[in-house]
Design a protein around this ligand. Structure first.
Ligand code: FE2
Ligand code: FE2
Length: 270
């Protein structure tokens, strides 16, 4: 990957800002920049690959595409970093700050949902919908719904779960088109897996169809590295709808506590 020095420096706030950064901050900034550059490649204007071409790339990598973001450094030559420790009783905010960060995509999706006047259940779904990608990307909507089910309204978990299936199907009534990103990731001739097609058929007749559809409509991709959205505008909604366990996420003995612990400590060897 070719890196333009002036672009990198500009995204960091200019030469003076770079001069004030210590080497660790510079390393972190470089990694963020590289991942943003990779995102740009995903949205490039190159011809879409076929399914066979996507598959042919598998043995060229030393990681699998389904691995969670915490577990791989995908930029060429990059290494994973030492993560800051979590507090003893971690909250959702701690996970956002220390494990999901920068979380720009979900924060921007939630901001768009808020701007579009969505219900609080849907704004919360947008805020959380892709965060399980820290753990796993494959089937991420299903993982995320399971991760959040004990703590959020039923409709929010439903919206998170099924946004993944509806992402594969256009719905002109909502102005939702099949994303080019998917043509690039899966191949232009890709046919969604049977469980995705079956869930789509189920959802078309479901009274809550609109909930996951609205997540897909507000599923906002922006790769502006300067766009940093805070979680602050969503604190009231989180306070009203997220049942933060007093023992901390991962310590509450819920059926999904181990999933939170794995996100908190992804360096555990076993
Ligand atoms: Fe998603
Ligand atoms: Fe998304």
């Amino acid at each position: 990957m070719e890196i333009k020095r002036e672009n990198l420096i500009a995204t960091l706030g200019g030469e003076d800002a770079v001069a004030r950064m210590d080497s660790e901050a510079k390393a972190d900034a470089l990694e963020d920049f590289l991942s943003t550059e990779l995102d740009k490649i995903l949205l490039s204007t190159d011809p879409f690959p076929t399914v066979a071409e996507v598959e042919a790339k598998i043995p060229t990598r030393n990681y699998r595409m389904g691995a969670g973001n915490l577990f791989v450094a995908t930029a060429p030559g990059a290494k994973v970093k030492v993560l800051p420790p979590m507090p003893d009783r971690p909250t959702l905010y701690d996970f956002f700050a220390l494990r999901f960060a920068p979380a720009n995509h979900v924060l921007q999706s939630a901001a768009l949902a808020m701007k579009n006047g969505m219900s609080e259940e849907i704004i919360l779904a947008c805020l959380l919908h892709d965060t399980a990608q820290a753990l796993l990307k494959a089937d991420h909507g299903y993982w995320a719904a399971q991760l959040y089910e004990p703590y959020v309204p039923e409709k929010t978990a439903f919206a998170i779960k099924y946004h993944q299936a509806l992402r594969f199907f256009a719905d002109p009534a909502y102005g939702y088109e099949y994303p080019d990103l998917y043509r690039r990731l899966f191949g232009e001739d890709y046919v969604p897996l049977p469980h995705i097609r079956a869930d789509y058929e189920m959802l078309k007749k479901h009274p809550w169809y609109e909930a996951p559809r609205l997540v897909t409509v507000n599923d906002f991709y922006s790769f502006d590295p300067k766009a940093k959205i805070s979680i602050d505008p969503f604190r009231e909604i989180i306070g009203r709808h997220f049942k933060q366990p007093k023992e901390g996420l991962g310590n509450d003995n819920s059926p999904v506590a181990h999933m939170w612990r794995t996100i908190a400590r992804p360096d555990m060897a076993l």
